[in-house]
Design a protein around this ligand. Structure first.
Ligand code: AMP
Ligand code: TRP
Length: 347
């Protein structure tokens, strides 16, 4: 991984629709440092640049099965957005299931997307594994719902972690095919994936070749936004490394996945580049570096965790924020859905 943002295609928006940022996180499992550094943190500065919509994608969450505490998990993600610095006055924060346009547009787009396109989705292959015949149809159609999320608002910019790049390419293809097939050039813009920062892919603390994930069996593999200071410090202390001290060039460190991951996390949390961090810690032992990385992580994640806990003591207030967000989202999505249905020839 280099310090440069991954090269991404630009938004194709020949009709000049207003620019709009859209992103989302699923209310499943525990939010972790990968979600924060790969996604949420990169949303913050965008709020001052463009209109932003940040969704808790609860319809996506059920593709892997129904959970009794879905509503509380949804509130938790909304609280994390706000605790991390999303301002629900400025940005629209809402739950996907509250805006019917997502599911309705997804159906129309299911008839645009091709089976062959979905068959290529690596995330489906990973999640389904050998169980392909037994997973839900929803898990298969998941990327089409994601395209609908974005296109329901004519989203032009989509800040996500690197693992979502293929889904974004699919969304672009779906937008283009709709425009072509129905002869409505520029109707949907092609959304631009924005994969930003030194850690577009934060890796597991136990295995530098696996991404940090909500679904990893080992809690030691990830730093959860809910972890206590002690848990954060212990997980970083136990993080896997190789026996060599820190050092070498960026290319050399990138060939050492665990070392590269920790340096990347330090860089992202401190606002430095990986090259700068390498220079500071050149020749240092991991024991020293890990102590400082733990302090840094606690200084960033600790206050977010505490704000999140405080917000969650008042569920009523979170629900009010989400209700208001849904009202604002509906105002944008409903007219676009109506135009889409007209373009598709419905009565
Ligand atoms: P999810 O947890 O799958 O709903 O992902 C929410 C957001 O976090 C998406 O933008 C993902 O790309 C991002 N994300 C998830 N895991 C990681 C990771 N290990 N590193 C970087 N970004 C991630
Ligand atoms: N699939 C995304 C993930 O797991 C979440 C998501 C759903 C999303 N819809 C979206 C992200 C629309 C960006 C835009 O990370």
């Amino acid at each position: 991984m280099t310090d440069q943002a991954v090269q991404t295609p630009v938004s194709s928006n020949p009709a000049g629709h207003p620019e709009r940022v859209f992103s989302g996180v699923q209310p499943t499992g525990n939010l972790h440092l990968g979600n924060y550094l790969g996604a949420i943190r990169n949303w913050l500065p965008m709020q001052d640049e463009k209109p932003c919509i940040f969704c808790v994608v609860d319809l996506h969450a059920i593709t892997a099965g129904f959970e009794p505490d879905l509503a509380d998990k949804t509130r938790e993600i909304a609280a994390a957005y706000i605790a991390a610095g999303i301002d629900p006055e400025k940005s629209i924060v809402f739950a996907q299931s509250r805006v019917p346009a997502h599911a309705e547009l997804a159906w129309i787009l299911n008839c645009v997307a091709r089976i062959g396109w979905l068959d290529r989705m690596t995330q489906f292959k990973e999640k389904a594994g050998k169980n392909k015949e037994r997973v839900s149809v929803g898990l298969y159609a998941y990327p089409v719902l994601m395209a609908a999320d974005i296109l329901a608002y004519r989203g032009t910019h989509v800040p996500v972690g690197e693992d979502q790049k293929q889904h974004l390419e699919l969304a672009r293809d779906i937008a283009q095919k709709f425009n072509n097939d129905l002869n409505v050039p520029g109707f949907f813009p092609q959304p631009e994936p924005m994969i930003l920062g030194p850690t577009p892919r934060v890796m597991s603390l136990r295995d530098g070749k696996a991404k940090m994930s909500k679904s990893d069996m080992s809690d030691l593999s990830r730093i959860n936004l809910k972890d206590s200071d002690e848990e954060i410090a212990a997980k970083i202390r136990k993080a896997r490394t190789d026996p060599e001290p820190i050092g070498g060039t960026l290319e050399e460190i990138d060939a050492r996945p665990e070392a590269s991951n920790l340096i990347g996390i330090y860089a992202a949390l401190s606002g430095k580049t990986k090259a700068e961090v390498l220079e500071i810690y050149d020749g240092a032992q991991f024991s020293t570096f890990k102590g400082e990385l733990a302090d840094l992580t606690i200084s960033v994640i600790g206050p977010i965790r505490d704000r999140m806990a405080a917000l969650l003591t008042d569920k009523g207030e979170i629900d009010r924020v989400l209700n208001r967000g849904a009202e604002r989202a509906v105002e944008i999505a409903m007219p676009i859905l109506a135009e889409t249905k007209k373009a598709a020839g419905f009565l």
